[in-house]
Write a protein that binds this ligand. Sequence first.
Ligand SMILES: [Fe+2]
Length: 254
Amino acid sequence: MHDIVTRLLAERMVWVPMPELGDLLPEAAQQFKSCVLGNIPIEDIMTGKYELTGPDDLEAGDPDDGIIAKYPGKNDPSRKRHGVPPDSKVYMQYRLRTRAMLRTANLYQQVFDPFFDLMAKLRSLLDLRIEDMLDQLGRQCQELGRLQHNRERSVIRVMTYLEPRRDDSGLAGKYHTDRNDITLHLYDSVPGLMLKRTASELELVPTRPGFSLAFVSDRLASLTGIPAVLHGARDNGKRQVIVMFVHFHHADGT
Ligand SMILES: [Fe+2]
């Protein structure tokens, strides 16, 4: 982990070997489709029945929990932020409390269990990795020594794109940085993530089973002065993606 954190701080991103996640990730993507999406009407997702608002959501009015649909024509707050219509996609924001929140809202079904059990396992493995990473960040950089994992706010997003974009742009939305501390790009069913680390260079990130790509996002950038990684995606078609947005408790209490 020592070398990994050194590279993350020097190069703004690093491939982290995570062989323990190898089989769990494609299985989670598949079970999201079969156990969850396969058991609820797509219209209910499209009309926001499964969107939930939790206490840790970053922006009021931008539901950030439960199962969320974004598609061109839908009036959603993130469109204002990015300025272009979203891709057609559905995703679950999986947090520690997601199953309980869905139960409270009377939206949970027992058929979801295999997916949620798998996500709980994935999450506990990732939490161990994040603790290691924080430990090393603190050793290598004194001002990062007081960071702690904000376990409630950190979220795994499991995303299924529904159809290719129709605007022939070849791109999915705008290049952006993420709002959390560190982003862990965990799984792609096909390559699609594009990085823009310099003004002239675009890199297509290959799929790399057994590895996750960790990169610096906005909050860690503001703490360290290391610029967050600008990224977007190539036209997604029917790609499936799993990403973890890792949040820390900062020393200023945020
Ligand atoms: Fe992003």
